[in-house]
Design a protein around this ligand. Structure first.
Ligand SMILES: [Zn+2]
Length: 256
């Protein structure tokens, strides 16, 4: 067991290092169509031999992001309207969309219902928190990966700008990875390339990967508006990142 853990540790360092070789294995990206997961998708395409993407439809208010997700997959697969020099032609990204709409029957959250975005006095969490979301999505992603003999899962969760969501924390992901390894008896590795980055650093990472123009097609706005509202916490955080890095967000906004 000790030897196995050490090997995993070494592989992690290889994958998350800056100058790394392509990993000749498949990866599955949890892909929402937002800025962070799009960065993860491009990162995965650069690092892994073949890439699949999994998108969850949980009747999110900003369900427009599912259309964005489909469009980004099309753009990357066809290399249409994007110029990423290293991206091979016909990248062939297998994309599956999983219906999780039952969540809207059991959860009351500003991500699904038309509720005000504010902080809960008791939990100190914003009303956009969807309890269990990442735990559930990563578990389903792992089940799918297991069936397809994929060992690498990539998620764009981030502890730096995480709005206090406890399921975005590094400890949650490490613990979930341990549980999935045990429960599936399978060597699943959950990669979190954005865990310790703020929005500005994520944008810089995408710039290095050559995929900045893809951000034009991503969705971030909590209100599900397009052009984006520019005023909700998600839009504000995104715009702040661009300001810090000194770049103009290619996304259309109503106000910025
Ligand atoms: Zn917005």
């Amino acid at each position: 067991m000790k030897e196995l853990d050490l090997n995993i540790h070494l592989r992690r360092r290889e994958v998350e290092g800056v100058k790394m070789q392509k990993i000749k294995e498949s990866a599955l990206v949890v892909f929402s169509g937002g800025q962070d997961s799009t960065t993860c998708l491009v990162w995965a395409l650069k690092k892994f031999e073949s890439v699949s993407a999994i998108t969850f439809n949980y009747k999110q208010r900003h369900k427009i992001e599912i259309d964005c997700a489909k469009n980004i997959i099309d753009l990357l697969s066809s290399k249409k309207n994007i110029q990423i020099a290293w991206l091979k032609d016909n990248a062939q990204i297998n994309h599956i969309i999983v219906d999780m709409s039952f969540l809207s029957n059991i959860l009351q959250t500003a991500m699904i219902q038309d509720l005000n975005i504010e902080y809960d006095d008791e939990t100190n969490l914003p009303t956009t928190f969807v309890p269990g979301r990442n735990i559930l999505f990563l578990t389903i992603a792992a089940a799918y990966a297991y069936q397809k003999k994929i060992r690498h899962i990539i998620t764009g969760v981030c502890q730096t700008d995480y709005s206090g969501y406890p399921d975005c924390r590094d400890a949650t992901i490490k613990s979930l990875q341990a549980t999935l390894k045990l429960g599936l008896e399978y060597d699943i590795i959950i990669h979190t390339p954005l865990m310790w980055k703020n929005k500005a650093e994520t944008i810089k990472m995408m710039q290095k990967l050559g995929g900045l123009e893809l951000y034009k097609y991503t969705h971030t706005c909590y209100k599900g508006e397009r052009p984006a509202c520019g005023e909700c916490p998600a839009c504000e955080l995104r715009l702040k990142g661009y300001k810090e890095v000194g770049l103009i967000d290619p996304l259309e906004y109503k106000h910025r």
